[in-house]
Design a protein around this ligand. Structure first.
Ligand SMILES: Nc1ncnc2c1ncn2[C@@H]1O[C@H](COP(=O)(O)OP(=O)(O)OP(=O)(O)O)[C@@H](O)[C@H]1O
Length: 356
C-alpha cells in the first residue's frame, strides 16, 4: 500500500513544525527520516499514525485519505524507543492482544503467538515473563512481535533502537530489516544514526526546520548530498586541503611511515596510501592504477591518532587547518610525524555559498 504525504503542514503556537511536506512512499519500501533535533520528524510520524492532526494537507494509503480515521483504525503500528509494552501482561499476552481482537482463540492463537515470538528470536521460555523481567533488547524484540501481530500495512518506528547499546542495535537492525522485508511491510523509521539509515533504508527523507531538504536513495545522497546540512547529517566531512570543498574522511587517503624528514609535496609517497577507499559507494570511480591515481595531494603533520574500533582516525594539520583521514588499519604513526594526504578530485563535495 503506497503511502502518500501531500502538502502536510503543522504549526504549534504559531511556529511551523512541518511545512508543505510532499512524499510518495512505495508499498513495502523502507524509508528512514533523518534531520536535526526539532526538524519535525516525530510530528510527521504522529500525523501518519493519527496521534496528531495536521493543519493542512493529507495522508493517503493507496490514494484513500486516512485523515478522518482515528489512530486505532489506521492500518499502521508505531514502535517507540521506550517499547510501550503492556507492563501487567506477560510476553505471550502482549503478543496475543491483537490476534485476539482479530478473532483468534485456543491452539490457533497459541501457535500464532509462538511463531511471532520465534520470528523475533524469543524462545518459549519468554512466554510467561513480564516486560520488567526482560532486557531492553528483549523488550524491543517483544514490541516488534506485538507490532507484527496486528498485521499492519505500515510500521512507524520512532528511534526504536536508540536506547540500546551498539552491538544490540546492530543485531536488532538486521532483525528489523529481515522481518519487515519478508512480510513486504512498509516502514517509516525516524533515526539520528546515519549508519542505521544507510543500512536499513531504500529511501531517505532528510528534514530541516520542518521542510524536506532532500529525498532519495541513501547511498546516492551520501555520495552526492545536495547541501552541507544534508552532507553532515549523513556522516562526518572534512575540508578539502587547500580548497573550498569537502571530503568524506574515508576519501582522504593517507601515506605515512617510510617518508623521509624532508618529504615535500612533490615526493609525497602516494603509492604507500594506507586506505584504498574501501567504504566508498560502488557507483563512483575508484583509484586502482597508475592511470587514475588521485589527482590532488598535500603535505601535513599528524596531530592525533585514534582507534575507532573497526577503523582508525588520523587528524592531519595542513597549513594550520585540521583534516580527518579514516583508514581501515593501524596507520602506525604518531603526533608530529609528516603525513601526505591524497584525494580524488571527483570525490570533492561542493556546496554553493558555504566556505569551510
Ligand atoms: N505538542 C507540542 N507542542 C508544542 N510544540 C511542539 C509539540 N510537539 C512538537 N513541537 C515542536 O515542533 C517542532 C518539531 O518537533 P518534533 O518533535 O517533530 O521534532 P523531531 O525532529 O522529532 O526532534 P527530535 O529529533 O529531537 O525528536 C519542535 O520545535 C518542537 O518543539
Amino acid at each position: 500500500m503506497t503511502l502518500s504525504l501531500r502538502a502536510l503542514t503543522k504549526s504549534y503556537a504559531g511556529r511551523l513544525a512541518l511545512a508543505e511536506v510532499d512524499a510518495e512512499l512505495p508499498a513495502g519500501g523502507y524509508t528512514c527520516l533523518m534531520g536535526a533535533s526539532g526538524s519535525g520528524k516525530t510530528t510527521l510520524l504522529r500525523i501518519v499514525a493519527g496521534l496528531e492532526r495536521q493543519d493542512r494537507g493529507s495522508v493517503l494509503l493507496d490514494g484513500r485519505p486516512l485523515d478522518d480515521l482515528p489512530a486505532e483504525r489506521r492500518p499502521v503500528h508505531t514502535l517507540f524507543q521506550d517499547y510501550a509494552l503492556f507492563p501487567h501482561l506477560d510476553a505471550a499476552d502482549n503478543v496475543a492482544f491483537a490476534p485476539r481482537l482479530l478473532g483468534l482463540r485456543g491452539r490457533e492463537l497459541t501457535a500464532r503467538v509462538r511463531a511471532l515470538l520465534a520470528d523475533v528470536g524469543l524462545d518459549m521460555s519468554f512466554e510467561t515473563r513480564k516486560p520488567a523481567a526482560m532486557s531492553g533488547g528483549e523488550q524491543q524484540r517483544l514490541a516488534l512481535a506485538r507490532a507484527l501481530a496486528g498485521e499492519p500495512r505500515w510500521l512507524l518506528l520512532d528511534e526504536p533502537l536508540a536506547a540500546l547499546d551498539r552491538p544490540l542495535r546492530a543485531g536488532l537492525r538486521r532483525l528489523l530489516r529481515d522481518v519487515t522485508r519478508r512480510r513486504g511491510l512498509g516502514c517509516l523509521h525516524v533515526t539520528h544514526d546515519p549508519e542505521e539509515a544507510l543500512a536499513l533504508a531504500d529511501r531517505l527523507l532528510v528534514f530541516g526546520g520542518g521542510r524536506l531538504l532532500a529525498a532519495g536513495a541513501p547511498a546516492a545522497l551520501y555520495a552526492a548530498p545536495p547541501s552541507l546540512p544534508v552532507a553532515r547529517l549523513l556522516g562526518e566531512i572534512t575540508p578539502e586541503p587547500g580548497g573550498d570543498g569537502w571530503l568524506r574522511p574515508e576519501h582522504l587517503r593517507l601515506a605515512v611511515g617510510g617518508a623521509s624528514k624532508d618529504m615535500s609535496p612533490s615526493t609525497c609517497p602516494e603509492d604507500h596510501a594506507l586506505n584504498d577507499m574501501p567504504h566508498g559507494p560502488a557507483d563512483l570511480p575508484r583509484g586502482s592504477g597508475a592511470s587514475d591515481r588521485p589527482a590532488a595531494r598535500a603535505l601535513g603533520t599528524v596531530r592525533a591518532v585514534a582507534c575507532l574500533g573497526d577503523r582508525w582516525e588520523v587528524e592531519v594539520d595542513i597549513g594550520g587547518r585540521v583534516h580527518l583521514s579514516r583508514v581501515p588499519g593501524d596507520p602506525r604513526c604518531g603526533p608530529g610525524e609528516p603525513a601526505c594526504v591524497t584525494w580524488d578530485r571527483a570525490r570533492v563535495l561542493r556546496f554553493a555559498g558555504h566556505e569551510p
